[in-house]
Design a protein around this ligand. Sequence first.
Ligand code: AMP
Ligand code: MG
Length: 337
Amino acid sequence: MKIITIKIVSAISVLITALSISSCNNAKKIETELYAMNTIIKLSFYKEDGSQLVSEEINRIEKLLSVTDTESDVGQINCSGGQGVSVSKDTIKVLNTAKNIYNDTNGCFDPSVYPVVRLWGFTTDEYKVPDDNEIDALVPYVDYSRVRIDGSSVIVPKGMQLDLGGIAKGYAGERCRDILVKNGITSAVLSIGGNVQTVGLKPDGSRWKIGLKNPDGGENLCSIEVGECAVVTSGGYERYFEKDGKVYHHIIDPKTGKPASGGYKSVTVICQNGAQADALSTAFFVGGEKLIGEYLKNHKNVNVILYTDNNEFYISRAIEDSITFQTGKGQMLHYID
Ligand code: AMP
Ligand code: MG
C-alpha cells in the first residue's frame, strides 16, 4: 500500500523562529514561524512584533480544543460516556458557532464526525480504507443535533465524540486578531495552516493581497485583496493518503462517512469571523455549489472562491474585482450567487 501524506512531523510545543526582519516602504517587516495545532503557522508583522502574544494564545486554545489531548476540553468531552462536562467559555463559543453552521449547512459541517475521521486514521496517521460495514456502524453516531449545550456544560450522548479540527484554527485566528488589536498591534497577517487572518491594513493603509494555494502545486491559483478579515481554504490536498491509485482525503461527508466527493479541489471562504469562515469552508467542500448558493442568499457578508476538479472557478460576484488570477487561470469563471 502506497501512503502519501503531507503532514509535518509534530512538535510538542510551539516553537518560535524569527525568520527575517526586513524593511519595506519604511515599515519594518518581521516574519516568524511556529508549529502548533498540528500545522505550520506563519506570522508577518509590519510595525510591532506580536509573535509572543500569538504563540501564547494559540497554545492556550490548543490546550482546550485538541482532540488528541485527553486533558483538553474536547478530550474530556470525548471520554465523558454521555455525562455532562463543564468546559471553558472559549469551548462553549466554538461549540455554539459549530451548532449554527451545522444548522445552516444541512449538517454538512458536523463536529461529531470524529469516530469516522478516526476510523480512516486521519487523527493518528495510521491510514486505512475501512470496510463499508465498519463505516455504516459509526454513521448513526454522527449527529450534532443530539449534542446539548447548557450554560458551561456540554452533554454528548454515549458513543458520540467531537472533533473541532474543522473550526479551531479559524477560531484561533480571530482570537489572536482580538488580542493583537487590544495590544495596539495594527498591521499583521497570520496564516494558520489554510487559515489566513489579517489584522488592520498594510502600513501604507492599502489592502492585503492574499495568495490562494494551487491544490496541484506550483504558482498560486490567484490572489485576493482584502481588508481586515479571515480568508480560509479547505481542500482534500491538505491531508490525504493514496491506496491502490485512489486518493482518500480528510474531509468527510457526515451522511456517508466517506471522503466528500463533490468534484472540488478547494473552497475558500472570505468573511469577518474566523471560526465561521473555517467551519463554512469545510461544510462547503462537502455541500458544493447548491449549498453555497443557498447560504450566500441569506449571508451577504460571506464570499466564496470555489475551485473544481475541472479547474473551473465559481466565485461571489462581490469579490470579482478583488481577485487577480494566475496567468492561464480564471478563463473558466462562473458566479455562484
Ligand atoms: P478543514 O481543514 O478546516 O476543512 O477541516 C478538516 C478537518 O475537520 C478534518 O481533518 C477533520 O478533523 C474534521 N472534519 C472532517 N470532515 C468534517 C465535517 N464534515 N464536518 C466537521 N469537521 C470535519
Ligand atoms: Mg474548516
